[in-house]
Design a protein around this ligand. Structure first.
Ligand SMILES: NC(=O)c1ccc[n+]([C@@H]2O[C@H](COP(=O)([O-])OP(=O)(O)OC[C@H]3O[C@@H](n4cnc5c(N)ncnc54)[C@H](OP(=O)(O)O)[C@@H]3O)[C@@H](O)[C@H]2O)c1
Length: 226
């Protein structure tokens, strides 16, 4: 049976990933900041195990590592994310907020990857996935949303690098944009429903291999310019 760990699984894309993997018969380890409030996850039934994880807190990541010691993981999905501060470069940027955004999007995925490296090595599928954004494309920078864009560009760099390093260990690294999705972050007017985004993401994760490891793609499989 495939075991999938998902960060930020309390709502949005993470919750839908948990739902679809559980429906498909996978063992799901759903990581959330506050398990006591994870009512939607609890209602999923199936093989969903809920663990506490604040991705920016090294102690929380260490506790997750301890809790999962010796347990093989097939797929680890770095999904937790924040919109980040919105101010533009006219004296409005919230730099403390920018730092927090970098911690969530760019640093935490590497902390999680490093903590769960042995679990991934012991897994069958050996796939590390990061849900990035098309807004991390430097080529496509629109001159706005600096904190969010910079944090996603940074994680793209980190995960591309990791794909090179971990190729020797047979771990494939996926870097996927989920589309503009109807979640709290994407808003009600977003064109893609969470179920369609996640259906695409699951297909991309299923086909992820040594050849495609480290490439930057959207949920339909289309490549994105770095
Ligand atoms: N929606 C879009 O259009 C879109 C487009 C491109 C990329 N993405 C990316 O897709 C991913 C999921 O986004 P979404 O739309 O599902 O967002 P969302 O609905 O706002 O959900 C974000 C999830 O991340 C969790 N989270 C945030 N900070 C965390 C932290 N420090 N530690 C642990 N968990 C944390 C939240 O937990 P709580 O419930 O506890 O707050 C929540 O469950 C993000 O990486 C986002 O950047 C989304």
């Amino acid at each position: 049976m495939t075991t999938v760990l998902i960060t930020g699984a309390n709502r949005g894309i993470g919750l839908e990933l948990a739902r679809q993997y559980a429906d498909a018969g996978a063992q799901v380890i759903a990581c959330v900041r506050d398990p006591a409030k994870a009512d939607a996850l609890k209602s999923l039934g199936g093989k969903v195990e809920i663990l506490a994880l604040e991705v920016t807190d090294p102690k929380s990541v260490a506790a997750l590592k301890d809790a999962l010691k010796g347990r093989p993981l097939d797929i680890v999905i770095n999904n937790a994310g924040v919109g980040g501060p919105q101010g533009e470069a006219k004296g409005e940027i919230d730099f403390a907020g920018w730092t927090r955004t970098l911690q969530v999007h760019a640093i935490a995925p590497m902390m999680v990857a490093q903590a769960l490296y042995e679990n991934l090595r012991a897994g069958h599928d050996k796939k590390l996935v990061t849900i990035t954004s098309i807004l991390g494309s430097i080529a496509g920078h629109g001159g706005d949303m600096y904190p969010y864009r910079a944090s996603k560009a940074a994680v793209n760099s980190v995960m591309h690098g990791l794909s090179r390093q971990w190729a020797k260990q047979g771990i494939a690294v996926g870097i996927f944009h989920p589309g503009w999705v109807q979640t709290d972050m994407g808003g009600a007017g977003a064109p893609v429903k969470p179920e369609d985004s996640v259906k695409g993401l699951r297909a991309r994760i299923a086909e992820l291999n040594a050849e495609t490891s480290g490439t930057y793609r959207d949920y339909t499989g289309a490549p994105i310019a770095w």
